[in-house]
Structure formats: structure tokens, C-alpha cells
Design a protein around this ligand. Sequence first.
Ligand code: NAD
Ligand code: UDP
Length: 337
Amino acid sequence: MGKILITGGAGYIGTHTCVELLNSGYEVAVIDNLSNSDRKSLERVKQITSKEVSFYEGDILDSDILGRIFEENKIDAVIHFAALKAVGESVEKPLDYYKVNIAGTLELLNAMKKYNVKKMVFSSSATVYGVNNPAPYKEDMPLSATNPYGTTKVFIERILDDLYTSDNDWAIAKLRYFNPIGAHESGLIGENPNGIPNNLMPFITQVAVGKREYLGVFGDDYETRDGTGVRDYIHVVDLSLGHIKALESLENKKGSEAYNLGTGKGYSVFDIVKAFEKVNHVEIKYEIMPRRAGDIAESYADVKKAERELKWKADKDIEDMCRDSWNWQKNNPNGYK
Ligand code: NAD
Ligand code: UDP
């Protein structure tokens, strides 16, 4: 046990990870500039856990506040979520993405080095497998990216590998998330996208709650079971628990290791729509639209390495994910507002 610094801890995956860490007996400090989140999310974390988080509102690009956090807290390890994450926006604003994601990570790593904190869990993404590898994706496949967001994840993974090569005291876990959905079962925290959602599940829940008329299904002519895109959806609580297992692994394992965090199962867009309708007794209207630029037919994980080395496995099924996503959205139709 010890104190963990969570960058981006007020966000979707960050809040869920705060809850699981606090429930497991860790202390938590958070830095978040609230650019894509609301401070109420951390009040909800407190409501769920009855425990306090040391919250610093600030930017990971600001070395002064990073220094202050390491001075004021005895940090044992960092979980690094803070990033910009919208693929389409990254094509429009590549400099913003390179600055926040890459320069931000460099500031953080420099501060960690200065204060001799050499354990990091990093949020990577299945997007690093690019478009040329066949699913299921294995950690040793070649990495590539087709947009600036993905490129930042590929670069940061490389930076972390080079850092470990230069100093074998570092212990780094690069977690490649597949498609996180769902929410804490309390319905108090969940995904809260600004504007029109880019991702499938928040779009579906907004159709269900009446904020959007219908779901646009991006292509029904892929080479998949039913023609729609297939992804490996993972419950955000399972994903958060994977971070705790990764932290524990860093206690006695130095290196810079990548792990897939997924279920290993692929579900199509239609599978998700049907499962959502079945468990929640609501209708999701949809229309078939053209394919979305850059999308691939299918993406799912080979999960053996995480099972073997982290002793972690996703537990919740697609119905749990659909039920919990809806529970959050229906209790919070306007997110934290
Ligand atoms: P999120 O946007 O909900 O959380 C990110 C948090 O970082 C937000 O609270 C935001 O305010 C904060 N932030 C952004 N820039 C910052 C800065 N410069 N300084 C301080 N805080 C800053 O996103 P999320 O879904 O929780 O994703 C967390 C991480 O996981 C990201 O690195 C993302 O790229 C990665 N990831 C997410 C998914 C997904 O589908 N959600 C998939 C793969 C990887
Ligand atoms: N998708 C869709 N309509 C939407 C959003 C997504 O049909 O409004 C499809 C998308 O083409 C993909 C799947 O749903 O096959 C998951 O998309 P998401 O953006 O959630 O994740 P990613 O494509 O980044 O894996």
C-alpha cells in the first residue's frame, strides 16, 4: 500500500480507478485540469468510498504544480491517464494532442525522475495495433498509428521503453485498453462526454434517454458476422481492477511491459444494440450510415499475458456493461451537471 498519484483522475476511467484504489486501502492524489471532466466526479468518489482524495486542479504541463504534489505527498507510483483522447479532433488539432499527450508525459516523467518515483502505469490503447495486424492482438505485434492520437500512444510507449533502457530502476506497465464501457454499479460515476459522443455506448445511452433520435451504425458491409464492426468491450470496473494488479506487479518487476486489457471476446454493433435493448427494456432506433473513416472491421485482444503475468481477468459480461451504462445515464441524464 502507499500513495498513488493519478493524473486525469477526475475523468471516466480515472474516477473508477480512484474508487477501486481507495477501496483496496491505497491513498490517492489526483491532478486534473478538468478540461474534460467535472470536479463533482470526485465528490461522487467520496460518496461511494467515504474516503478523501488529495485533489490538485492543474495541468500536467505545469512543472511547478507537479513539484508541489511530489513535495507535499509521499508518492509511491503514478497512474497516468491525463490525455486528450478524441481521434477525429486529433486530426484537426495535432499540435494540441502532441503537446498535452507527449510533452505532458515528458513533464510528468521528469518530475518523477527528480523525486525518484520510478513506477508508472500508463494508459495506452488498442489503437497502437494499427490497421495491419489480424485480431486477436498480441502484445508483441508491430505497432503503428493512422492518426495523431494513436501516434501519441505509440510514441509514449517508445519513450517509456527508452527510459527503462537508460535506467533499469524503472518499473512501467503500458496497459493497452480495448473498449471501456459500463459504469460503477452505484450509478454515481460514469462516462460524461462533451457534446456529441464519438463512441458507441455513450451514443446508445443518449438515444435511450431521448437526447439523440437514432444511432448511426457506421457500416454494415464489413467482413464480420453481421457486417457491423466488432470490438472487445470491457467493463470499466474490470479495467480499473487491472490497474491495481499492474501496480502490484511493479513491486517486484522492473521493466517496461505492455499488457492488453480486454475480455478477448468480440461483439458487433448489432450485438451491443440487442444486448442493451434486452437487459434494459428500451428500444434503440438506428440507421445504417457509411463507414467511418479510419475504422477497422474487428479488434479484440489476446488476453493471456495479463492473465498469466498480472493474475488479472475481466469478470463482467456484456449484459453487466449494458445495464451499468444505462443505470448511470438514466440517473444522470446530463452527466454531472
Ligand atoms: P477522460 O477524458 O474522461 O479522462 C482524462 C482526464 O484527463 C480528464 O479528466 C481531463 O480533464 C484530464 N486532462 C486532460 N488533459 C490534461 C492536462 N493537460 N492536465 C491535467 N489533466 C488533464 O478520458 P478516459 O476515457 O478516462 O481516458 C483516460 C486515458 O485512457 C486516456 O489517456 C485515454 O487516451 C486512454 N484510453 C481511453 C480509452 C477510452 O475508450 N475511454 C481507450 C483507450 C485508452
Ligand atoms: N460506431 C457506430 N456508431 C457510432 C459510434 C461507433 O456504429 O455512433 C461503431 C464503430 O464503427 C465501431 C464500434 O461502433 O465499429 C465502436 O466504436 P467506438 O468509437 O466506440 O470505438 P473504436 O472504434 O475507437 O474502437
